[in-house]
Design a binder for this molecule. Structure first.
Ligand SMILES: Cc1cc2nc3c(=O)[nH]c(=O)nc-3n(C[C@H](O)[C@H](O)[C@H](O)COP(=O)(O)O)c2cc1C
Length: 256
């Protein structure tokens, strides 16, 4: 049976949820699963010709998180079947899925399926708050079935994925979570789990805004729920963003 290798970045677990759903629905032997948010510098698994690769990432500013894209570019897999997946917070995925399929194609992979799926927005969690939901699970299951059929039938070709060249310019969101010193018990989980080392163990309630990529991992791993976004800018942008982007969007996917 084919082996399934999943490589992804998931800071607040929604991309991981979608990768797990896809992986189960594909029904191949799930040999390895690597979340780069656990260790951005981890050695990537070796791939062999009969493997199927799932490569997945959240959408940041309509693109891939750039530190993650850099790691994905190391992957080489001449003729290896692959599936590209991005997860976005109900605004848009702009050029992110195209960027991901381009990376796979440049690495020699045979991209047989590509999909963009919706999840709770990790910065503004009122947006798409209950996603993925049953409808999303149905979509990813259908996508998996189509991918599996494409692989079994040995289809080849080039996918047409939404997005434009040159890609949208990347820009930092300029919002960094901080801790509340009254509630922080200095367990340093946020320090250990931050994928870019933006939180210092000497003062874990602060965040280095030059390093922080606003991924929200420190918020989701904090056992005392002390880390959060704050400030007038966050409240204001959050209110506008929520008003503009709360209308439901659905998954979009293509297969060969
Ligand atoms: C820095 C940053 C930028 C984001 N930009 C977008 C975006 O351009 N479009 C969108 O719909 N969602 C955007 N999101 C929301 C995430 O793509 C979404 O919440 C995703 O599910 C997070 O994945 P994770 O839970 O695996 O970390 C952004 C989130 C972050 C942290």
């Amino acid at each position: 049976m084919k082996k399934l290798i999943c490589i992804y970045f998931s800071a607040t677990d929604t991309t991981r949820m979608y990768v797990d759903l896809l992986s189960k629905a594909l029904g191949y032997h799930a040999a390895e699963s690597v979340n780069l948010a656990d260790n951005l510098a981890v050695k990537l698994p070796a791939l062999s010709s009969d493997d199927v690769l799932v490569l997945a990432a959240p959408v940041y500013g309509g693109r891939l998180p750039q530190a993650v894209a850099q790691r994905f570019r190391e992957l080489k897999g001449p003729g290896i079947k692959s599936i590209a997946m991005v997860v976005f917070g109900n605004r848009d995925y702009d050029d992110a899925l195209l960027e991901l399929t381009d990376i796979l194609t440049e690495g020699g992979f045979d991209v047989i399926g590509a999909g963009a799926f919706v999840a709770r927005h990790s910065i503004f969690p009122k947006v798409a708050a209950a996603r993925p939901d049953d409808e999303d699970i149905r979509s990813v299951t259908k996508f998996a079935a189509q991918c599996r059929k494409t692989i079994e039938n040995g289809c080849t070709g080039q996918l047409k994925v939404k997005g434009k060249h040159p890609y949208k310019k990347t820009a930092a969101v300029g919002l960094c979570p901080v801790g509340d010193p009254r509630r922080c018990d200095r367990c340093l989980r946020c320090v250990k789990k931050c994928p870019v080392g933006a939180i210092s163990d000497s003062d874990p309630c602060k965040t280095d805004s030059k390093l922080c990529i606003s991924c929200g991992r420190c918020i989701s791993v904090c056992p005392t729920h002390t880390r959060h976004y704050e400030g007038v800018k966050y409240k204001l942008v959050g209110a506008i963003f929520t008003a503009l982007f709360s209308k439901r969007k659905d998954a979009e996917y293509v297969t060969l």
